[in-house]
Design a protein. Structure first.
Length: 145
């Protein structure tokens, strides 16, 4: 199963405070363990929400909202995409993770939908399209911007 592992933002990360060399080293070592174990598919840190935008949908209308966004505890400061055998395995990896912030922090783990999760609504044509797109992504044949 794939899981999205989200490092929640803090007031410090939203203020743009960069991690220390020690924390970057510890995270680099942890990421190396994840890669060697075949768990890590992707992972990145995110700039503060002040540099972001949101697009609100209301029917056919689109409204662009500039950051920063309130409710820091609901924002994401970074993420991993992992391939694990179970949610329990994901939790065990997170327990081994260095604290991603200097003070208190929180990491959320959520399963990623797989094609079979969509049931009958995913027609054979839609499934074939998704499989083709995933193959293109894996092969690196999608056009760069």
């Amino acid at each position: 199963m794939r899981v999205m592992v989200m490092v929640k933002a803090t007031s410090e990360s939203e203020a743009g405070k960069m991690p220390s060399t020690e924390l970057l080293t510890a995270m680099g070592n942890f990421n190396e363990e994840l890669v060697k174990a075949g768990v890590m598919l992707a992972g990145e840190g995110l700039h503060p929400s002040a540099k972001g935008k949101r697009v609100r949908f209301s029917g056919s209308e689109r409204t662009v909202i500039d950051g920063p966004f309130a409710a820091t505890s609901e924002l994401v400061a970074g993420f991993w995409l992992w391939q694990v055998k179970s949610m329990e395995e994901a939790v065990e990896w997170v327990r081994r993770c260095p604290n991603p912030m200097e003070g208190e922090s929180e990491i959320e783990i959520r399963p990623v939908f797989e094609l079979e999760d969509f049931g009958a609504e995913l027609t054979p044509e839609l499934k074939a399209q998704e499989e083709r797109l995933q193959a293109e992504i894996q092969a690196g044949t999608n056009e760069p911007r």
